[in-house]
Design a protein around this ligand. Structure first.
Ligand code: NAG
Ligand code: NAG
Ligand code: NAG
Ligand code: NAG
Ligand code: NAG
Length: 503
């Protein structure tokens, strides 16, 4: 699978994962999935020397004064404009139905693209169907996660949207398409298809049948060479039309409040010099088993872990994981290894975050369990998550629901002063795009640089710190990727997989 990559700095991993995972999971997945190596006797620290120095130096760390200051205004302004000034929409040529796989953030991008495709085709969009992901297993529908009334209302002058198909098309269901080849299904949309592709291939289906069901649909609309109207509309969907249901926002606000004013739950000793008080970092720590296995990197869990991950890789991907051809060293040099919790802790410490820093852990589950997180906790004792901040009664509506939990994480992460993620992926991309749009600080780890310096086992803490600070310069969410191959405008920016329209 050759993927078109026109961006800098973002390895193929971010695109490979979301596409590979849903496509290749088999029934094999389930029984293996949660068999794990959580054996805590396994040595999980790869950088114990650096960790020791980091802990010693924390006292001396004069915190970098600008660490918590907001990102300076870069002169960009968000440009969301109604694409249609008249209240009458062009006549609809039929219904567009999409079935979205992946986790919540991949589905979010799919929703933006679905609205764009409906616009390109002058079609009526049916509220997208969210597939149940074999890993996350959440059956929540669009309306269980997003505020449908708000969505339809914000977009009412842009495209027409219906909650459900009218009676005459009720036959067009997921089951209908799963059971046989159907002429109303479009299943061959290429990755990053152009507007013309849709006009040439989907318009005729609409014309003949009045409906087209597009599946698969993830990453099926190009970022470049789209009309300005379409790009603006994608932004409007992503940053304005998509809001979470009230109970997710309420829980999110509660968590944000408790992070900012921790006295509510914990006894606080915040007599600190003022920096970072009432502020928090959201850390997306995606380090689950499939990610670890897919990367083919060595995470220091010893032989048992290596064997377990290799076996898992073989069972799921049957040798189709490109990374497994490289040595661990090669992968690290290329920045293809997700940062472990220990490494992300060292990164934050090197950047000057001290042990009073409050960190919100936005993550599902960490492969290797608590043993894997302990180094991070040593550096940053004030790590919180949904469980530590809210009672099980307060979390009842999201418990056991991966997509709703991810929605809460998204909400809290958008409200954090600083966001950082340990590996590229859909959540990372969604955050980097949305936060760039809002001009919010986002640390984008320089994976290749970090991969290299973490391999140097003789580096002293001051040298490590200097190398990290140097390598992370200008990686705080500044907008700098401008699509050069775009014939339209330099104010359409694609930031790690999100379209961001700025002036
Ligand atoms: C933070 O580090 C300082 C200096 O090492 C230490 O005295 C203090 O107890 C630490 N605070 C916490 C909450 O661990
Ligand atoms: C928004 O749309 C109106 C009407 O089409 C146009 O006059 C205005 O310049 C647009 N604003 C931006 C920021 O593009
Ligand atoms: C959609 O409607 C607009 C406005 O009426 C029109 O300019 C455009 O050509 C139509 N597109 C298609 C694919 O019919
Ligand atoms: C860009 O889109 C236009 C019309 O949509 C098309 O004619 C042109 O070939 C496309 N250019 C590229 C480089 O894809
Ligand atoms: C490791 O880092 C030190 C500086 O701390 C440097 O002198 C040395 O050359 C590096 N070693 C390698 C193999 O890059």
């Amino acid at each position: 699978m050759k993927l078109h990559n026109f961006r800098h700095g973002c390895g193929s991993l971010s695109f490979m994962l979301p596409i590979l995972l849903p496509a290749l999971f088999t029934a094999l997945f389930a029984p293996l999935s949660y068999a794990s190596s959580t054996d805590s006797s396994v040595q999980k620290l790869r950088h114990s020397r650096l960790l020791k120095s980091a802990l010693q130096h924390q006292a001396l760390n004069e915190q970098q004064s600008d660490l918590w200051t907001p990102l300076p205004n870069q002169g960009w302004k968000p440009c969301i404009n109604s694409t249609s000034t008249s209240s009458s929409l062009p006549e609809s040529f039929g219904y567009i139905q999409v079935f979205l796989d992946g986790g919540l953030n991949q589905q979010r991008m799919g929703i933006c693209d679905a609205v764009a495709v409906a616009k390109i085709l002058n079609a009526t969009l049916v509220i997208p169907y969210l597939e149940v992901n074999p890993v996350w297993k959440d059956t929540s529908s669009f309306g269980d996660i997003f505020d449908v009334d708000h969505f339809m209302n914000v977009l009412k002058n842009d495209i027409s949207i219906v909650r459900e198909l009218p009676d005459e098309y009720q036959w067009s269901t997921r089951e209908y398409y799963a059971s046989a080849i159907r002429s109303t299904r479009v299943k061959n949309a290429p990755l990053h298809a152009s507007a013309n592709w849709y006009l040439e291939n989907v318009s005729p289906v609409l014309e003949s049948y009045g409906i087209a069901a597009i599946s698969p649909f993830s990453h099926r609309l190009a970022f470049n060479n789209m009309s300005m109207d379409v790009q603006r509309l994608r932004c409007k969907v992503n940053f304005q039309a998509l809001t979470f249901v009230p109970h997710v926002r309420t829980l999110g606000d509660m968590l944000v409040n408790r992070l900012r004013y921790p006295g509510y739950i914990h006894q606080v000793v915040d007599t600190d010099q003022g920096k970072g008080v009432g502020k928090f970092v959201a850390l997306h720590l995606r380090f689950d088993k499939d990610m670890a296995a897919h990367s083919a990197c060595d995470f220091g869990g010893g032989k048992a872990e290596k064997v377990a991950l290799a076996r898992y890789r073989k069972a799921i991907w049957q040798g189709r994981v490109l990374n497994s051809r490289f040595t661990d060293e090669e992968l690290r040099n290329q920045g293809r290894c997700p940062l472990t919790p220990e490494e992300i802790g060292l990164l934050l410490a090197a950047l000057g975050f001290d042990n009073n820093t409050r960190i919100y852990l936005a993550s599902h589950k960490v492969y290797g369990g608590e043993g894997r997180i302990s180094a991070l906790r040593k550096l940053f004792p004030q790590i919180e998550d949904k469980k530590s901040l809210a009672t099980s009664a307060e979390r009842a509506q999201i418990t056991g629901k991966a997509s709703l939990s991810a929605a809460v994480d998204y909400y809290v992460s958008m409200h954090s002063d600083i966001f950082v993620s340990a590996s590229p992926g859909n959540m990372h991309n969604a955050m980097v795009g949305h936060r760039a749009y809002m001009n919010l600080k986002t640390i984008r780890p320089n994976m290749a640089l970090l991969g290299q310096i973490f391999m140097n086992k003789s580096m002293s803490w001051p040298d490590f710190q200097e190398a990290v600070v140097e390598g992370q310069k200008n990686r705080l969410g500044e907008i700098k990727f401008v699509m050069s191959e775009n014939n339209l405008a330099k104010h359409v920016v694609v930031v790690e997989g999100s379209v961001v329209v700025l002036l």
